[in-house]
Design a protein around this ligand. Structure first.
Ligand SMILES: NC(=O)C1=CN([C@@H]2O[C@H](COP(=O)(O)OP(=O)(O)OC[C@H]3O[C@@H](n4cnc5c(N)ncnc54)[C@H](O)[C@@H]3O)[C@@H](O)[C@H]2O)C=CC1
Ligand SMILES: O=C(CO)COP(=O)(O)O
Length: 466
């Protein structure tokens, strides 16, 4: 927290989070210039020390200045901090790139995945600017901008392949109310931030439908499970998802009415159409744009993400609220947890993009067997890849795996005899329908859920005396 005005940061966007991070940096003693798109916002910041577009009631540090000239903002900058909607990053960055200094570290605050390319912000940055991964950092965590502007305490994680660069930015933004930690898990931090927006949409939808805290906690917890599955398949450290950029951000966003994603979901849950919810939302709602791209990443890495799947289907208006909820609740029963994947080996199953320097060896999945021998799982990813289910029907089942009950997979899953390709379609009762979900055509009780402990083996058989 030593003053270091010689450190310079250029914050690109005078939006909600850009303004908040600019204030943090200035309060930490860093020399900050904000790049605004509109002259009137830049002028207001320079003359009244307020941002009338986002926080008209909050006075900004007098040392904080603004400009609409990207070259002036970037001149001599140690850090370029980017905080615009993820879908607009590529085009804007291409225009700003010629002004970026050769030593400038680029810090992404963005929590989205690009449509079409399915790239995260840090990957877009390296691709567009040609800057090496050691000069690209991400900052992510439970950081609702409004609370931070009010001076309330918060923490975040700064991740960079070069830990030294992360440390420098940590020093540049450490204040009495903002506590940054460092990490080298760029993939995990970024995925945590992007996927939690989709889970926050799901929680908002549940809340809008009038569902209680049990349902919301279920979505948060299983949302974290599917985020971690994707992260592990993409080479992230699973423990990152237990940290600020994972669980921390998920809890803050899913529980706060300040979250735009949760609020958008609440509108949907109350019955508004996607168009109506969009019209009711003024600021950036990354989850709406990223859900499908995240689902595409999941497919490419053979990871099941049922919550993301139903949110994407709802956003595309392919299913009703009741159908989406029923599709989640009627998935085949399974253990809560399978062991994490061992170090991956072998060629990737499918890859969306040419190898990225940051994730060269990790986007690989290998079949492992769950200690409960009836549940073979690929790479700790609890899907049914090893029970090739010969999935029927097209679009809906593709978006919502488990929407159609696969009788063959179900019997196989239970370790029982089965006839290949026998299938049964379940009706989809509305979520609030008091009737119990229809039982599969099996008279025996359903498979008992049993916690699986990593590394645990079947109990040894007693040795009979001869
Ligand atoms: N608001 C928050 O509490 C937090 C937001 N974030 C992330 O920060 C990023 C930015 O979000 P916010 O600042 O909240 O959004 P915002 O909607 O408040 O501000 C977006 C900014 O980007 C600019 N912008 C919009 N479209 C643009 C375009 N096509 N080209 C160039 N500039 C454009 C706007 O003028 C505005 O300055 C998102 O990825 C979000 O997930 C991350 C943590 C907290
Ligand atoms: O990322 C955020 C908090 O950490 C902000 O979430 P929303 O974009 O949903 O407002």
């Amino acid at each position: 927290m030593t003053p270091h005005r010689s450190t310079r940061a250029a914050v690109f966007s005078a939006g909600s989070w850009g303004t908040a991070v600019a204030k943090i940096l200035a309060d930490a003693g860093t020399s900050v210039i904000v790049h605004a798109r509109r002259d009137e916002i830049a002028d207001a910041i320079n003359t009244t020390h307020r941002n009338p577009g986002y926080f008209p009631d909050i006075e900004l540090p007098a040392s904080l200045t603004a400009t609409t000239d990207p070259a002036a903002a970037l001149a001599g900058a140690d850090f370029l901090v980017l905080s615009i909607p993820a879908q607009s990053l590529r085009g804007n960055l291409a225009a700003w790139a010629p002004h970026i200094g050769t030593d400038t570290v680029i810090v992404s605050l963005m929590k989205g995945v690009e449509q079409g390319s399915h790239l995260r912000a840090s990957q877009i940055i390296t691709e567009v600017t040609g800057v090496g991964a050691e000069r690209v950092a991400v900052l992510s965590g439970p950081n609702l901008a409004r609370e931070i502007m009010d001076g309330q305490p918060a923490a975040a994680t700064i991740a960079c392949a070069d830990e030294g660069a992360a440390h420098r930015f940590q020093k540049a933004c450490h204040t009495g109310y903002f506590r940054p930690y460092t990490s080298t898990d760029v993939t995990g931090c970024e995925l945590g931030g992007a996927v939690k927006n989709v889970i926050a949409l799901a929680v908002g939808i549940a809340s809008g439908m009038g569902l209680g805290h049990n349902a919301q906690a279920m979505l948060i917890t299983r949302g974290l499970a599917e985020t971690t599955r994707l992260g592990v398949a993409m080479g992230a450290d699973p423990l990152t998802f237990a940290g600020l950029a994972g669980l921390g951000d998920l809890v803050a966003t899913c529980s706060s009415p300040l979250s735009r994603n949760r609020t958008f979901g609440t509108h949907l849950g109350k019955g508004l159409s996607v168009q109506e919810a969009t019209a009711a939302t003024r600021q950036t709602t990354e989850g709406v744009k990223s859900a499908e791209a995240i689902l595409a990443l999941a497919r490419a890495h053979d990871v099941e993400m049922p919550i993301t799947g139903v949110v994407s289907a709802l956003l595309n208006e392919k299913v009703t609220l009741g159908e989406a909820a029923a599709a989640l609740m009627q998935r085949p029963p399974k253990p809560e947890r399978c062991p994490p994947a061992p170090r991956p080996r072998g060629p990737p199953l499918r890859r969306l993009h040419p190898p990225h320097p940051e994730v060269p060896d990790h986007a690989r999945i290998r079949a492992v067997r769950c200690p409960d021998r009836r549940h073979p799982r690929p790479g700790g990813v609890d899907d049914h890849r090893l029970h090739p289910p010969a999935r029927p029907l097209a679009a809906l089942e593709d978006v919502l795996p488990g929407h159609v009950h696969d009788h063959h997979a179900h019997r196989h899953h239970q370790g029982r005899p089965h006839r290949a390709r026998e299938r049964l379609r379940l009706p989809l009762p509305g979520l609030l329908d008091p009737r119990p979900a229809p039982a599969p055509d099996d008279p025996r009780p359903p498979h008992r859920e049993r916690p699986v402990r990593p590394g645990r083996r079947a109990r040894p058989r007693p040795v009979r005396p001869r």
